[in-house]
Design a protein around this ligand. Structure first.
Ligand SMILES: Nc1ncnc2c1ncn2[C@@H]1O[C@H](COP(=O)(O)OP(=O)(O)OP(=O)(O)O)[C@@H](O)[C@H]1O
Ligand SMILES: [Mg+2]
Length: 225
């Protein structure tokens, strides 16, 4: 059967200070609808680089990213943007909300990037409810806590009903309770059929991810059974 996302020997080579190294080294991974996959590993091990390539945001040096069998890095820029906007929800590492837009508008933005039919506003409200911050819809990002901003990014990533949700350390710096809530939310999203691929901390992944891969110096290590 064809996987939703398949990484095949994905590699990113960087050059720095006259030296080249593989930030990601021949990583292979298969993601099916409903999967909830966590990646853990030390700082600098290549986790964000792997996610960016998986989302089509960064071109690999070698290897392929297949989405339902099609190599996304062979798409033209515009096609790739549209594909990403339609199929992939992405929560980047760190703060990524637009400061001059209210929470509600931040959530709606991906919807309006391409022509669409439907009720974006209604959907945005449902999502803000789902992540527990509908009372903050009219606030600006600078009026929010880190955890609240994280929830906005998550709602924004879900606005276009992606098939795959990718999140880079969505629980870093959050307290235990909030982390549990966010991880529970990912778990629910996966059960509803969206595949979830996240980078997280070892302890956070224990009770939620159905599969946990390790990452070490660019090498992706399969879950130890
Ligand atoms: N544009 C770049 N040019 C050169 N080296 C880079 C570039 N981007 C990242 N790197 C290096 O590639 C390696 C992997 O970086 P990456 O951001 O993927 O790590 P990470 O596992 O996400 O770390 P963290 O947990 O700190 O977020 C690091 O050594 C980093 O310094
Ligand atoms: Mg990172």
């Amino acid at each position: 059967m064809m996987a939703l996302l398949e990484l095949h020997e994905l590699t990113k080579e960087y050059r720095r200070g006259g030296r080249t190294f593989n930030a990601v080294n021949r990583a292979s991974l298969s993601v099916e609808p409903g999967d909830f996959i966590s990646i853990i590993g030390r700082s600098g091990s290549g986790k964000s680089t792997l996610l960016s390539m998986s989302a089509g945001l960064l071109h690999p040096t070698a290897g392929t990213v297949l989405f339902e069998g099609a190599d996304i890095h062979r798409l033209k820029d515009k096609e790739l943007s549209f594909f990403r906007n339609e199929q992939i929800g992405y929560v980047p590492q760190g703060q990524s909300l637009l400061a001059n837009f209210r929470v509600f508008d931040n959530v709606c933005i991906p919807w309006f990037l391409f022509k669409r039919e439907g009720d974006a506003e209604g959907r945005a409200f449902i999502l803000l409810e789902k992540v527990g911050i509908s009372h903050l819809a009219a606030s600006y990002p600078k009026e929010l806590s880190g955890g609240e901003m994280r929830r906005v990014s998550l709602a924004r990533a879900l606005i276009n009903e992606p098939r795959l949700l990718i999140a880079d350390e969505p629980t870093s710096d959050l307290d235990v309770q909030t982390t549990a809530e966010i991880m529970g939310l990912f778990s629910r999203i996966a059960k509803e059929g969206t595949a979830v691929l996240i980078v997280t901390h070892e302890l956070d992944s224990l009770n939620y991810g159905n599969k946990t891969y390790g990452m070490d110096a660019g090498n992706l290590l399969p879950p130890s059974a």
